[in-house]
Design a protein around this ligand. Structure first.
Ligand SMILES: [Zn+2]
Length: 443
């Protein structure tokens, strides 16, 4: 099973100074920064996915600057992402339209021909057909029942585009492998979409619109699709947000999936921010320690404007929290004293009150419990990746993109190992055992 990382310019500054808390003045982002495969010294994924909607153009505002988008189309995806070295030659480069960027439009802004040319000219190895996201998924509907007028229209657009896309790719002798994207409003409609894509000649299908779905719903779709297509048809899950559940999906014979979730959870999850391998082929999670920048954090700034706190007091507490965390890492400060400095600075953020006025509150007590585990177990000392070796305790401090994305990249590395260990486990399960597990759709 291939783990494809959906990139959106997720690089960090390798020369970032954690103590001074800044990059060099002459740093040029993109040029001086390092992608995950650069800072780790190896690729923590089997490939990357780049969405056209993230690159952007005159129609869809992407994440790339205009000059980055120009360079992307000029040099191609491999060179742009600095994956043009022999050690990265085995990596797949998937492309899709980024249907979420035009979800509000009546139809996709790209034609099948345009997308086929884009993938071919930019050197993608795999390209997804031009799909249109369908809202209002209902797992309870049977067969082709239900579906609004809008849903049916999007279903038809997606299939017509897939048919044209495959023909265009063949006509131009494209080097990339086309994937037909499935969109539907129910497991049955997705299965029907898959059946029609196979009839068009596709043998690699991508399930779209999965981002908001829960794991049991995704499994229902997979079970219905697996029933409708030949066993040799490969399946990819686009935007697989439930990536940590991947082990429970193994009966559906998924060839590949793309996700950003291990990276994103480093700074978007309330509790599970730092990954380590756990027991029984599970992942173990730790809460990162929030020490936001007093002069940049919007919540703290509002509190200062309202007169609840003085900026200089917050800066002093921030400095004490950071200094004691680093001293703790060097073995020069005790756990209790470090924890207290962190919690004293957390109070204005969590409770909008001074620590003395809310000591022992439920929110602070919960935070204390999680932070105590993080500091007691020192998970950053248990990882040998280049990031943890270099950043030490800073990798677990929730503060600014250079720490938060580093933690996310460390998570990618742990996740890649996790997938490999699961694949190994699968390889030693006898095929008839596997058969018993096929398609046990959960309700
Ligand atoms: Zn690490």
């Amino acid at each position: 099973m291939k783990f494809i990382f959906a990139d959106s310019l997720d690089y960090v500054d390798p020369a970032f100074d954690f103590v001074a808390d800044r990059s060099a003045a002459d740093r040029q982002p993109y040029w001086d920064d390092a992608y995950p495969h650069e800072i780790l010294g190896y690729a923590p994924y089997d490939g990357v996915l780049v969405s056209r909607g993230i690159v952007g153009d005159h129609r869809v505002k992407g994440k790339y600057t205009a000059s980055q988008a120009r360079r992307f189309s000029l040099v191609g995806v491999r060179k742009f992402m600095r994956l043009d070295k022999p050690e990265f030659a085995h990596l797949d480069i998937f492309g899709d339209c980024g249907a979420f960027t035009y979800v509000q439009e009546e139809k996709p802004p790209y034609t099948p021909l345009e997308m086929a040319e884009f993938y071919d000219e930019c050197g993608f190895t795999h390209g997804c057909s031009v799909d249109h996201i369908i809202f209002d998924f209902d797992p309870a509907l049977e067969g082709m029942n239900g579906g609004s007028e809008d849903a049916k229209q999007r279903f038809d657009i997606t299939l017509e585009n897939a048919d044209a896309f495959r023909r265009e790719a063949r006509a131009m002798g494209a080097d990339f492998e086309p994937l037909g994207v499935i969109q539907g409003w129910s497991p049955g409609s997705m299965a029907e979409g898959a059946r029609r894509l196979v009839a068009m000649g596709y043998d690699y299908l991508a399930l779209g619109g999965m981002v908001p779905l829960k794991s049991p719903e995704i499994k229902r779709c997979l079970a219905a699709i697996r029933d409708a297509v030949p066993a040799s048809t490969r399946l990819h899950i686009l935007g697989f947000a439930k990536a940590d559940d991947i082990d429970s999906f193994h009966g559906y014979d998924i060839a590949s999936f793309d996700t950003t979730s291990p990276l994103i959870r480093a700074f978007k999850d309330a509790k599970q921010n730092y990954y380590l391998p756990g027991e029984d082929l599970a992942l173990r999670y730790y809460t990162s320690i929030r020490v936001p920048q007093a002069i940049e954090n919007p919540k703290l700034q509002r509190a200062v404007k309202k007169g609840q706190f003085r900026a200089e007091d917050l800066l002093r507490l921030e400095g004490l929290a950071l200094d004691s965390l680093r001293a703790f890492d060097r073995g020069e400060a005790e756990l209790e004293e470090t924890l207290r400095h962190v919690l004293v600075y957390s109070a204005p953020l969590v409770e909008e009150r001074a620590f003395e006025d809310c000591e022992g509150s439920t929110a602070l007590a919960r935070l204390e419990e999680r932070y105590r585990i993080t500091l007691t177990e020192r998970p950053w000392t248990q990882c040998s990746c280049a990031i943890c070796r270099d950043a030490s305790i800073d990798v677990i401090i929730f503060r600014g993109s250079n720490r938060n994305k580093r933690r996310g990249i460390h998570n990618l590395a742990v996740y890649k190992d996790h997938i490999e260990r699961l694949d190994l486990k699968r390889a030693i399960i006898r095929p008839d055992d596997l058969q018993c597990r096929l398609c046990p759709a959960e309700s």
